[in-house]
Design a protein around this ligand. Structure first.
Ligand SMILES: [Zn+2]
Ligand SMILES: [Zn+2]
Length: 467
């Protein structure tokens, strides 16, 4: 299938909002405009083969004489219209007695170049040395306008001074339709950036509201159901983090995922949640609703990613087509010159994923974030050292007994200086509230260990021994 049709079909079938479809890259319109660019170049004798020859001459030339060969096609910023590109084609022509002499060029091209050079050279012709060719400001030599060119066409005017010299001239070729092409493309890319920005703001608000609702519903102080749901949410988010839906942190496939990969990961997550009956296990209506919203946020994010992806492909394809028809090499230069904070920067997934982690996932404290870095059990009783690192009281006591002075995480001289003032009571309350099971287990383990220290290795924590 041709890309134009494929693109249209995807836009229709993916269920994108109409507003998105309307702002998609106007591939068909660009293709028509490209045709006009091609015709324009052909009329000037600068068809794709001629330009390819000039490009080849340029790349084979030595660095010193580079400016004497080929052409330059620059996409500069339009000074009057901010953020718009003004394409400029500059051709370097060898002239002998006012006639273009590059044997590889077709007669029509040489004819054209001769004509345009004669008009441009009326000011100050540049002679056969590369540096002087470089000095001449392109605008001085540029053909002033298309009209002017037509007026004078058919007349080869070789100023006397040039006739005895072989010279190299830098000539700006007057083109109209390439400007139109890049105008359409840049305008559309900018509009898509705005659209994506709006979408992102909207989703941000949804994500923040969702985070607040989950946090409210699962506050352990709200009762038994909230406590039970908190455990379920913890399992749900643990699975979600494992799924790495939009980003992989694994070394083998590090980085952003394609929408197809993200879809697969999201499906895996949903299947696992179903398999483990986690949603059915949610006791509060608010929790179940919040889960649906969470899935919805992911689905919208996925849709945004997909839309961005197919538009990026459309831009790549049309630039490739442009180069194929003109040999002007814009596939490399346009992505550098274009102003796009979003569409071509591809940051939407990254920004929103960070938002989801900080606003939603973080509302459910994960055990991993509250472990003692020495014994890897929950850091209870928590001791916050002067360096702000938190350890469990048992591990601190053991370090002090061994006379260790330095924090194993930051090497700060803080261990022997720690005392009862380092008990973090507020943090202890938080741990008891959010991880009651783990705290109970840790207290039991601590007591058993202490009992063995006092009463010997046969000590057990049978119910009669422990209060
Ligand atoms: Zn510990
Ligand atoms: Zn430390």
């Amino acid at each position: 299938m041709k890309f134009a049709q494929e693109f249209k079909k995807q836009l229709q079938q993916e269920g994108f909002p109409q507003k998105w479809v309307d702002s998609a890259i106007p591939y068909g319109q660009l293709k028509k405009c490209l045709k006009r660019v091609t015709n324009e170049l052909q009329e000037l004798g600068l068809d794709k083969d001629t330009l390819a020859q000039l490009a080849a001459a340029q790349s084979s030339a030595s660095a010193a004489s580079e400016s004497q060969h080929g052409f330059l096609y620059l996409l500069d910023e339009e000074p009057s219209k901010t953020r718009h590109l003004r394409p400029r084609l500059t051709v370097f022509v060898h002239l002998e007695d006012g006639v273009a002499v590059d044997a590889t060029l077709s007669p029509a091209t040489r004819d054209f170049l001769g004509k345009i050079a004669s008009r441009g050279s009326s000011g100050s012709p540049t002679f056969s040395n590369a540096s002087s060719a470089e000095e001449g400001a392109p605008s001085d030599l540029a053909a002033p306008s298309q009209d002017n060119f037509n007026e004078k066409s058919g007349r080869i005017q070789a100023p006397e001074s040039v006739s005895h010299f072989s010279s190299v001239q830098k000539i700006e070729v007057p083109l109209v339709f390439d400007g139109e092409f890049f105008d359409i493309l840049q305008t559309d890319v900018s509009n898509l950036d705005v659209l994506q920005d709006e979408e992102q703001q909207r989703m941000k608000r949804d994500v923040i509201a969702l985070g607040q609702d989950i946090s409210k519903a699962t506050k352990p102080s709200a009762g038994k159901k909230a406590k039970d749901d908190l455990t379920k949410w913890r399992d749900i988010f643990e699975l979600y983090l494992d799924a790495r839906v939009f980003f992989s942190t694994r070394e083998s496939d590090h980085g952003a995922r394609s929408s197809a990969q993200a879809l697969k990961q999201l499906q895996w997550f949903q299947q696992e949640v179903l398999k483990r009956r986690l949603v059915q296990g949610l006791k509060l209506k608010e929790s179940r609703e919040a889960f649906n919203r969470f899935i919805n946020v992911n689905a919208v994010l996925l849709q945004n990613l997909k839309f961005q992806e197919i538009n990026q492909i459309a831009v790549r394809k049309i630039l490739k087509k442009f180069d194929k028809r003109t040999s002007l090499g814009v596939a490399k230069t346009f992505p550098v010159a274009v102003h796009s904070q979003r569409l071509l920067a591809g940051s939407i997934a990254k920004d929103l994923c960070a938002q989801v982690s900080s606003e939603v996932i973080a509302t459910i404290p994960q055990l991993d974030d509250y472990l003692c870095p020495i014994c890897f059990a929950i850091a209870y009783w928590p001791i916050r050292l002067h360096c702000e690192h938190v350890f469990c009281s048992r591990c601190l006591v053991k370090m002090q007994r061994k006379g260790e002075r330095f924090c194993p995480l930051c090497r700060g001289d803080v261990i022997m200086k720690a005392g009862s003032e380092n008990f973090d009571t507020a943090h202890a309350e938080f741990l008891k509230e959010y991880f009651p099971k783990e705290v109970k287990e840790k207290i039991r383990a601590n007591e058993l260990e202490r009992g063995k220290e006092i009463f010997g290795p046969d000590y057990t924590d049978r119910p009669c021994c422990v209060m």
